[in-house]
Ligand binder design. Structure first.
Ligand SMILES: CC(C)(COP(=O)(O)OP(=O)(O)OC[C@H]1O[C@@H](n2cnc3c(N)ncnc32)[C@H](O)[C@@H]1OP(=O)(O)O)[C@@H](O)C(=O)NCCC(=O)NCCS
Length: 210
């Protein structure tokens, strides 16, 4: 049965919701049609990728980066990278959210990850300077991954993913998971190279009321 649009829209107006998100499984043609009929905009494709942890990563060339757990003193550097690294996500791509708010979202996300005792945040440094990060939670999920633009395509992304996988194995987990953007070839290739395969595809829609 189709969701009751009048009820949803009324609730959103009553609660001053400016933008409503809809995550539609890619296989749900009826819901995708409903999104179109109610003028939702398709803003992203959400890919969930998974890999078993009992398979080792193929050996890789050493990089110039040194990886270590991040600490509170690293927060400004992590936030500076977080503000600029996630431009390919639905909030930036939507075009209607203020850029400063989108940047703050990722700066807050990395700060929350660092403050969460159940989440590990690892920093990659090149010549003593921050060059990338990865967050790995207690359930085997990579949350945020980024490599500074000046250090890309040098193997740091793979090294950071390898670090997250090692942490998950230490915790005795069986599977690793990550969510990424279907419209971005770079991260997808990186994860595929690290043995991840697509487990779920979803469609992100946004509907603005103003
Ligand atoms: C995705 C990201 C982390 C990759 O970091 P990186 O250090 O450049 O990755 P690596 O050098 O380890 O690349 C490993 C492989 O991934 C693939 N890859 C990485 N970036 C790519 C790109 N822009 N285009 C195509 N393939 C790419 C390649 O197969 C590459 O191997 P190769 O260089 O031998 O061809 C980095 O581009 C980034 O921070 N992007 C913005 C944030 C983001 O998208 N995060 C992931 C969302 S979960």
């Amino acid at each position: 049965m189709a969701p009751d649009w009048e009820g949803i829209a009324g609730w959103c107006r009553e609660h001053a919701v400016e933008c409503l998100y809809l995550l539609c499984p890619a296989s749900d043609a009826a819901l995708a049609r409903y999104a179109g009929e109610h003028h939702f905009a398709l803003v992203d494709i959400r890919l969930t990728l998974e890999r078993p942890l009992d398979v080792a990563l193929p050996a890789m060339e050493p990089t110039q980066a040194v990886l270590r757990p991040a600490n509170a003193a690293d927060l400004p550097a992590l936030q500076a990278m977080a503000r600029t690294s996630h431009r390919n996500t639905r909030f930036f791509r939507d075009g209607k959210f203020p850029v400063a708010l989108c940047e703050k979202y990722y700066a807050t996300w990395i700060a929350n990850s660092l403050a969460d005792p159940a989440t590990s945040v690892w920093l990659a440094e090149v010549a003593g300077q921050p060059a990338g990060y990865v967050t790995a939670d207690a359930r085997g999920r990579i949350g945020l991954l980024a490599v500074d633009a000046a250090h890309r395509r040098l193997g740091l992304g793979r090294q950071l993913v390898g670090q997250a996988l090692a942490l998950f194995r230490e915790r005795g987990l069986a599977m690793a998971q990550v969510v990424t953007q279907g419209g971005c070839v770079g991260p997808q290739r990186l994860y595929q190279q690290c043995g991840f395969i697509t487990a779920e595809v979803g469609l992100w829609y946004h509907k603005w009321f103003a």
